[in-house]
Design a protein around this ligand. Structure first.
Ligand code: NI
Length: 178
């Protein structure tokens, strides 16, 4: 599979509601492998399928950024449940929002249910940074970005900056296969 290009704001695919994965086939497995590779290359700790131009419910998360295979989570159709309503604030970035680092409130503890690439149901209880990254990536699947967590004034400021940046950065052509 050719290297996947990470889409950046204001690419409209980032705002779409993604469809559930109906069947975990080779196409989905190849996409997940390509996403993990793109995330590690970026480098980043999480990536959602719409960020590489595929509007389906698939995310990859790896806090070790490729250093520890046991920390790579590939989650199909993930759903998040809040285990602790308390929130905590921390700075977050996003590979689709270059140079943006903003404080975002997230729930302290969450439970994520998903399928792995073998179609097996998995349950992941996560807190702190892992919980935060999971909440961030799963929001991507509903077209939500960290911009939406900012107050209106801040949001408009960051959007303007990103649009200006996008105009100055030529977009490489998409691979012919998609
Ligand atoms: Ni993101």
């Amino acid at each position: 599979m050719p290297e996947l290009r990470i889409r950046t704001y204001p690419d409209p695919i980032l705002r779409e509601k993604c469809l559930p994965v109906e069947e975990i086939d080779d196409r989905v497995r190849d996409l997940a492998a390509g996403m993990a590779e793109a995330m590690h290359r970026a480098p980043g700790v999480g990536l959602a399928a719409p960020q590489v131009g595929e509007s389906i419910r698939l995310i990859v998360v790896d806090l070790s950024v490729g250093q520890d295979p046991a920390q790579l989570h590939v989650l199909v159709n993930p759903e998040v449940e809040v285990l602790d309503g308390e929130q905590f604030e921390s700075e977050e970035g996003c590979l689709s929002l270059p140079e943006v680092l903003e404080k975002v409130q997230r729930f302290k503890r969450v439970r994520v249910r998903a399928l792995n690439l073998k179609g097996k149901e998995i349950v992941l209880d996560a807190q702190d940074r892992l919980g935060r990254v999971l909440q961030h990536e799963i929001e991507h699947l509903d077209g939500k970005l960290i911009l939406d967590h900012l107050n209106r004034v801040k949001r408009e400021l960051v959007k303007r900056r990103l649009k200006k940046r996008a105009k100055m950065t030529p977009v490489p052509p998409s691979p012919a296969s998609r």
